[in-house]
Design a protein around this ligand. Structure first.
Ligand SMILES: NC(=O)c1ccc[n+]([C@@H]2O[C@H](COP(=O)([O-])OP(=O)(O)OC[C@H]3O[C@@H](n4cnc5c(N)ncnc54)[C@H](OP(=O)(O)O)[C@@H]3O)[C@@H](O)[C@H]2O)c1
Length: 327
């Protein structure tokens, strides 16, 4: 098969479409003929040499894919050759074939084309596990997501609205904020021109956000704590603003607030399977029912992965950028 390899870490040109050995479906795994994968920020870090794949996983980038089941490994039931699926991966999505633990497979939801389903697993699993399984966002609560037009943001807005939360977003341009509003966001904050703490206070009568999903890490730590409501929950999933910050513990105590930080890729197979099962139960009916949809910026042929990385690094996209295998 062909896959995107990274012979030497570096810029987008480090991504090379090359012939490599086919993967094999091991015990408890399914082999998928990949139709599409999606670019995640983690792939850029992997390309640059800052985020090695977990031990025992594929060396190729790609944390999600969609496609068709090609082969069933030993000990797997419930799937058949030819099934249209999408999957959460620990790596290996930028390839014509990938071996996936069966617990990380999902059927392509009703009404969604198989290629577009590649834009769902990583964002849905990340948002569901953090905003709902960890932070327990409830109907009527206020939810702030930073980077509202990102892959994660576009899904977080839709899922939070689907459960009846009030949604605030930050983004860097008016056009991106407008797209967030189309997805249901109620409070639109341009992080280049406005202070999100002040804007959120005004929008909530001084109360603040019950749950914040943060991509910035250190840079926003202090202001995120300021923006939290009493009993608020801050979940950090990204470090785009650095890794070391100063925490005002007094402010956290006074608010009886909680801070959690998680990463999906490094979790054991069983934990990923539990998240995927929860997503299938709670989110898939919303997708099939047309309440939640993948937001796809564009599709690019997989051999041109470098072009897709440039787009995501420039942040000129809204939602997900897909890489489609050549037919
Ligand atoms: N921990 C996990 O398991 C996990 C899983 C998936 C993703 N993530 C993280 O989640 C984040 C989003 O991922 P993605 O793939 O959806 O990324 P993405 O589409 O590349 O989006 C990155 C976002 O960051 C926003 N941003 C940049 N500077 C900002 C600032 N000062 N304030 C607020 N927002 C700012 C950008 O907004 P503008 O374009 O408007 O500037 C953009 O929306 C990334 O940090 C990623 O690493 C974590």
């Amino acid at each position: 098969m062909h896959a995107i390899t990274i012979p030497e870490p570096g810029g987008p040109e480090a991504l090379v479409w090359d012939e490599v050995p086919d993967p094999v479906a091991g015990e408890g795994e399914v082999l998928v003929d990949v139709v599409a994968t999606a670019v995640n920020r983690a792939d850029i870090l992997q390309r640059q040499g800052f985020y090695d794949p977990p031990p025992g996983t594929s060396p190729y980038p790609g944390l999600e894919c969609s496609g068709r089941v090609a082969e069933i490994g030993p000990g797997v039931s419930g799937w058949a050759v030819g099934d249209e699926v999408c999957a959460l991966l620990s790596g290996g999505g930028y390839a014509e074939k990938v071996a996936v633990p069966a617990g990380q497979l999902l059927p392509v939801p009703e009404g969604i084309a198989v290629d577009r389903a590649a834009g769902l697993p990583e964002v849905v699993c990340t948002v569901w596990s953090n905003v709902f399984m960890v932070a327990h966002l409830r109907p009527g609560e206020t939810f702030l997501v930073h980077g509202g037009s990102s892959g994660i943001g576009t899904m977080a807005i839709q899922l939070a609205k689907a459960v009846g939360a009030k949604v605030a977003v930050t983004a860097g341009t008016r056009e991106k904020l407008e797209r967030c509003a189309e997805l249901g966001a109620d409070v639109l904050i341009n992080y280049r021109e406005q202070d999100f703490v002040a804007e959120l206070r005004e929008a909530t009568g001084g109360k603040g956000a019950d749950v914040i999903l943060d991509n910035m890490g250190a840079k926003y730590l202090d202001r995120n704590v300021q923006a939290l409501a009493v009993n608020g929950r801050l979940v950090i999933i990204g470090m785009q603003g650095g890794v070391k910050g100063e925490l005002n513990i007094g402010a956290l105590l006074a608010k009886r607030a909680a801070i959690t930080a998680t990463t999906l890729r490094a979790r054991p197979v069983e934990e990923k399977a539990a998240i995927v099962a929860a997503v299938r139960e709670h989110v898939w009916p919303l997708v099939s029912g047309g309440h939640v949809r993948p937001v796809i910026d564009r599709e690019i042929p997989m051999p041109d992965a470098a072009q897709a990385h440039r787009i995501v690094e420039d942040s000129s996209h809204i939602g997900k950028v897909l890489l489609v295998t050549p037919s």
